[in-house]
Design a protein around this ligand. Sequence first.
Ligand SMILES: Nc1ncnc2c1ncn2[C@@H]1O[C@H](COP(=O)(O)OP(=O)(O)OP(=O)(O)O)[C@@H](O)[C@H]1O
Ligand SMILES: [Mg+2]
Length: 316
Amino acid sequence: MEQPFRMNNNGQISIVLNAQKRNAATKELPKSPPTEVKPKPTDHEALKEIEDELGTLVGMDEMKRMIKEIYAWIYVNKKREEKGLKAGRQALHMMFKGNPGTGKTTVARLIGKLFLKMNVLSKGHLIEAERADLVGEYIGHTAQKTRDLVKKALGGILFIDEAYSLGRGGEKDFGKEAIDTLVKHMEDKQHEFILILAGYSREMDYFLSLNPGLHSRFPLVVDFPDYTIDQLMDIGRRMLDEREYTLSHEAERKLREHLAWVKSSLGPTGFSNGRYIRNIIEKSIRAQAMRLLLDNQFERHELVTLRSNDLILNEG
Ligand SMILES: Nc1ncnc2c1ncn2[C@@H]1O[C@H](COP(=O)(O)OP(=O)(O)OP(=O)(O)O)[C@@H](O)[C@H]1O
Ligand SMILES: [Mg+2]
């Protein structure tokens, strides 16, 4: 299979691309008119695979567009290089802003996989960290801990959740040392790993206002909006599908009404979007199992159907 992108010499990142020319095949086919452009079925295979994976996520239009843009940019850079033009290199560090359960962790994991496919990353793994993983207890400890994490993330993604908490303690706090160390590494090793800082929108904006130098270092800022009721229902249906369950009509109506109520009664940061739906589904599946056991009902239709009484909706 033709690889659209290749590794550079140190095996890290392939934005500088070096695809082999494939003239050999055309030489062996003297009957083809020389001007005929042979379709290359594998050409955008990586993009197709990526689109399939992205297709499993509900909504997220901005993020999906961004990924395609990155793909196009890398691909065109390869073509430019083939023509002897300068191929750009650009850091791909990102900032994810969004409320709880809006899919930030899910997307970070997916981006690791996708960038591996696109040969932007050599490993594509995700190292998840939070304040406690970065910040140490004495002078120098933080820099060491942060450096170690970056090292583990090389070839993949370092994902720092609730990143704003690093800016929490002010000047004397070791969080500041962690930020400084991160900034240094994201420049020095900018093509060897991708740093993603994630957190709730308001806190991240505040964090950036405290660290004015940071903003420009993250060329890709992605907003993760709250889901609409329709999107939440869609996410729920996909989760159920995956587990081979479905909702009865009555259960579906009840869930929809409940979501509308919870979404309006909990504030925007109180509602945990996709995670909220997942919790309901998991609890309800257990409740259904109990009901079936008590009723001694094990027909196929019963095994797959969650009824309105199975829905456990008492969560705040
Ligand atoms: N667009 C989506 N399509 C399908 N499932 C989704 C989507 N967004 C979130 N989910 C599901 O919702 C759950 C929560 O998502 P995830 O953990 O990625 O959110 P998060 O933004 O990282 O949350 P937190 O800020 O609380 O860490 C997961 O089970 C995930 O699979
Ligand atoms: Mg998360």
